[in-house]
Ligand binder design. Structure first.
Ligand code: SF4
Length: 398
């Protein structure tokens, strides 16, 4: 029952922003290397040479749903027209079309029986279908007569679209950015994972309601935490601690900020900054406050698990200040870090010179990415906290 309730809450409050269109795409990744991926991940991309291996019956198209042992959260009977969501042979055929058309020049399609697997002994029906085409070569091509060219990497990315969350990794260490964003190494999972995001989601609900003129009462703190706190890796005692911490932080926030709730201009506002030369930065501002003196504050809410170097936070807020200006045509007056745990506001006036420096740094980051120059930038403290210290030979030792 709890699982269903959790799933329903996720659909109601989290799903809309959890998996935006193309969330797994990585528009930067254009390495001079072979890339291995699923057909779904390859959508929208093309390469001169593409391999579709293991074109086996029961694999592609996959075995009929009736024979699969897939666990479904919702019982089949509970979803109208459920067969449509399990995929049909025509869906698989469309997917195969996607796979084939990723190739700009050469497409290699292969299959072979898998020893010891009785379900993987025969070719896929798609294999038979494509062999009917007169455009398909059945024998290996003989390229021996051709002049061999020196291999050269493909041209780099033309347009660079950074999200600020990606960019901050670049500012911290370009090599870390490479490991995390380009190579896709996942950071180790911390048991408290999800706490900061949950707190952020709860505050987003508070602000959205405040904009509508409904200020949540103190008695709603428990409900807000129950609705938003999602910490799938926390063991029971940690979960209890996180729940208590979230209730404390939210309670304090409501108490300390109630008189400012009618001053909120935007909450969770997406901004996009076009820096020219095909370089765009996008991000989301936590909060924009406009006080009675008509001064505007761009606010970033920080919990202790979102710790990042002060310089990076400064850069982030100034990028947002720039985004606010592009969005509204008005210059914001202050950028402010709101420390949720310490209950402290740290405002500072918007520094146009600093904005200029940030623009230069973003352009340099885009150029480095285009040239694939992402060197390590070791420093003892940074490397000590780095998720990739175990992989990085340039790591600085403290
Ligand atoms: S260990 Fe240091 S140098 Fe290596 S990726 Fe991390 S921050 Fe960069």
């Amino acid at each position: 029952m709890e699982k269903y309730a959790g799933f329903a809450k996720f659909l109601e409050y989290g799903a809309e922003h959890a998996y935006p269109e193309g969330w797994q795409d990585n528009q930067y990744a254009n390495p001079d290397a072979v890339r291995v991926m699923t057909v779904h991940q390859a959508k929208g991309m093309q390469w001169p040479v593409v391999f579709v291996p293991a074109l086996l019956k029961n694999r592609f198209p996959s075995k009929k749903p009736g024979g699969r042992t897939v666990w479904h959260l919702l019982p089949r009977a509970g979803v109208k027209g459920q067969a449509r969501f399990e995929g049909t042979i025509e869906d698989e055929r469309r997917l195969f079309y996607v796979a084939m058309t990723r190739s700009q020049k050469f497409l290699h399609v292969t299959w072979g029986p898998v020893p010891g697997n009785s379900h993987a002994q025969r070719a896929s029906e798609f294999w038979t279908d494509i062999l009917a085409s007169s455009w398909v070569k059945r024998r290996p091509s003989d390229y021996t007569g051709r002049k061999r060219l020196a291999p050269s990497p493909r041209a780099g990315v033309a347009n660079v679209v950074f999200s600020f969350s990606d960019l901050k990794y670049f500012f911290e260490c370009p090599y870390q950015f490479k490991l995390r964003i380009l190579y896709g190494f996942n950071a180790p999972i911390h048991e408290a994972l999800g706490y900061g995001k949950s707190l952020h989601d709860a505050l987003a609900e508070v602000h959205a309601r405040a904009i509508r003129g409904e200020v949540p009462g103190d008695d709603e703190v428990g409900r807000l935490v129950k609705t938003h706190l999602h910490t799938p890796y926390a063991y029971p005692s940690l979960r209890a601690q996180l729940e208590a911490a979230a209730e404390r932080v939210l309670g304090h926030y409501l108490h300390d900020n109630r008189e400012l709730f009618d001053k909120i201009e935007f909450s969770e506002k997406n901004v996009e900054i076009n820096l020219g030369d095909g370089i765009t930065v996008n991000g989301r501002i936590d909060l924009v406050r406009r006080i009675d003196t008509d001064q505007t504050y761009i606010v970033d809410l920080k919990s202790s698990d979102r710790v990042q170097p002060e310089q990076v936070t400064e850069a982030q807020l100034h990028v947002y200040a720039l985004g606010y200006r592009e969005l509204t045509g008005r210059r914001p007056d202050f950028v402010e870090v709101y420390e949720l745990d310490e209950r402290k506001r740290k405002p500072r006036s918007v520094d146009d010179e600093f904005i200029g420096d940030v623009k230069v740094n973003v352009r340099n980051a885009a150029d480095a990415l285009r040239r694939s120059e992402l060197p390590p930038a070791p420093a003892p403290k940074k490397c000590k906290d780095c998720d990739y210290k175990g992989l990085c030979s340039a790591r600085a030792h403290s």
